[in-house]
Design a protein around this ligand. Structure first.
Ligand SMILES: *Cc1c(COP(=O)(O)O)cnc(C)c1O
Length: 366
């Protein structure tokens, strides 16, 4: 099959696909990110030659030179998107064009060769077709696609690589939370930062996650579920979680979310929820909101709900916020809020093809 970049994907059927009964057993309760499919996509880049050799082939370990640049200087970016099983047994992708655009922007920030967006899209379609039997059917489940790119030049000098390897793998995933999303307790990180002005916070790169793991570990040690980061300059403005954006719902139904900038990842779930809320007549402000204001509003009842959002878990209600020096407050009654639930359902119904799609967000793959 060809793409607009005039590259044709070669297809090598896996010679050792998982036996049907084993696959069926795994798909019963896949969890998140631990069940992988039979195939993968690879596309190579070399300066002077450009992108070449796009292939769908058996999923197998990478063989790489220990001096490969990514292993030393972390030139790596990734994406995360889901393919959904449709009612008639087909499959669809949700806003994959937005992932393709963001992947390009991330590549530019990390001084990597940008992958043409049509190649990104075609690589996702190809893998969904090759691994069509791995798309789970139960509610809340999906085929999670993980496109990523690494610097593959064999060179220890510090400079942007001149060779890259783009890969897509897929993982069958169940509902992130069984039986509806429970509320999470957040830990406010006051001395560790995720991203600073001029840094890589708006790029989806592994390095940002590496920086967030110690604060996340601290959150867990404090008995919390997730860490929430503040801005690095004034240490007061709420930015986002380690891998999810955040929304606040006030008592008049209006919503606030921190404005995008170079320290916040432009989430596609965030953008989709903004669109849905706007079309439902909900008043929205993309505005800075401080941790002190959040606490005051939660205590006074001016703030009713808060939630985090991202592709993997879609929408996660925030029930409680804690931090150093006894910071501790509840959001509403600590349980999932009504508006949060309604927005989540609206989004999920479009993603699964159960509601009309006026925004043309859903693309049918087969
Ligand atoms: C991926 C990601 C998000 C969520 O983005 P979606 O496109 O909604 O999945 C939010 N924050 C960070 C840091 C991320 O890496």
């Amino acid at each position: 099959m060809s793409s607009d970049s005039n590259l044709t994907f070669a297809f090598e059927q896996s010679t050792s696909p998982l036996p049907l009964n084993e696959r069926a057993r795994l798909l019963e309760d896949p969890g998140f990110g631990r069940v992988f499919t039979d195939h993968m996509v690879t596309i190579r880049y070399k300066e002077g030659q450009g992108w070449h050799d796009p292939k769908v082939h058996q999923r197998r370990p990478l063989e790489m030179d220990p001096a490969s640049a990514v292993l030393h200087y972390a030139q790596e970016i990734f994406e995360g998107l889901k393919a959904y099983r449709t009612k008639d047994g087909g499959a669809s992708l949700f806003r994959a064009d937005a992932n393709a655009r963001r992947f390009r922007a991330s590549a530019e920030r990390l001084a990597m060769a940008p992958l043409p967006e049509d190649l990104f899209l075609e690589s996702c379609r190809q893998l969904v077709k090759a691994d069509r039997d791995w798309i789970p059917e139960s509610e809340g489940s999906a085929l999670y696609l993980r496109p990523f790119m690494i610097a593959s030049s064999v060179f220890l000098g510090v400079r942007p690589a001149d060779e890259y390897l783009y890969i897509v793998i897929a993982s069958s995933v169940g509902s992130y939370f069984k039986g509806g999303a429970p509320s999470v307790t957040l830990w406010v990180s006051d001395h560790f930062n995720r991203a600073g002005p001029g840094g890589t916070g708006a790029a989806k790169c592994g390095g940002n996650y590496a920086a967030s793991l110690l604060p996340q570990k601290e959150a867990i040690a404090e008995g919390c579920d997730q860490v929430i980061f503040l801005d690095t300059v004034e240490k007061k403005w709420i930015e986002e979680l380690g891998g999810m954006n955040v929304f606040f719902v006030m008592d008049d139904g209006s919503m606030i979310t921190p404005p995008l900038g170079d320290t916040i990842l432009p989430g596609i779930t965030r953008d989709s929820l903004l669109t849905l809320a706007r079309d439902r007549g909900i008043s929205l402000r993309e505005e800075r909101y401080s941790i002190d204001q959040w606490q005051a509003d939660a205590r006074s009842g001016r703030l009713r709900e808060a939630f985090a959002c991202g592709t993997a878990a879609v929408v996660t209600p925030i029930g409680r916020v804690r931090g150093r020096d006894g910071l501790d407050f509840m959001i509403g009654n600590g349980g999932p809020g009504l508006q949060t639930e309604q927005l989540r359902t609206s989004l999920v119904d479009i993603q699964r093809g159960l509601a009309p799609d006026p925004y043309k967000w859903v693309e049918r793959v087969f």
